[in-house]
Design a protein around this ligand. Sequence first.
Ligand code: HEM
Length: 119
Amino acid sequence: MSDSLYDRLGGTEGIQRIANDLVDNHAANPRIARRFAESDLATLKKVAAEFFIAGTGGPNVYKGEDMDSVHKGMNIDNDEFIAKLDDAMAALEKNNIGQREKEEVLFVLFSMKSDVVLQ
Ligand code: HEM
């Protein structure tokens, strides 16, 4: 259990698969899909994977902005935040990620809540 979360999520390729499913889940989730209506989903998948890779102990490949700057002014509410967490958990389950890793990802995402919700 000493491997980084990055390794336990399947490294770069595993995380790319999870990020693809995550963005597909957002685009299909009626609670938040409208937020991504104008998005380039292929780009978003790539950036989401880079964010996860860098944030879980993999190579430092994320070149996007910090979470506070990205979501500022979007007026994201609590229900939307939970929808995001639901989509993330579903993407992990689809990729057969274990319970412990799901708990770790959930904790990391939840810890960013104050950067993302209603600002
Ligand atoms: C812990 C929770 C979240 C994380 C880690 C996260 C992460 C990210 C990342 C990495 C980006 C791309 C930044 C870039 O392109 O430089 C992004 C963009 C975005 N996020 Fe989030 N996000 C979270 C929650 C949410 C929620 C709850 C919503 C609304 C339902 C949301 C809506 C958006 C939108 C609309 C964009 C812009 C998409 C685009 O550029 O086309 N995010 N987010």
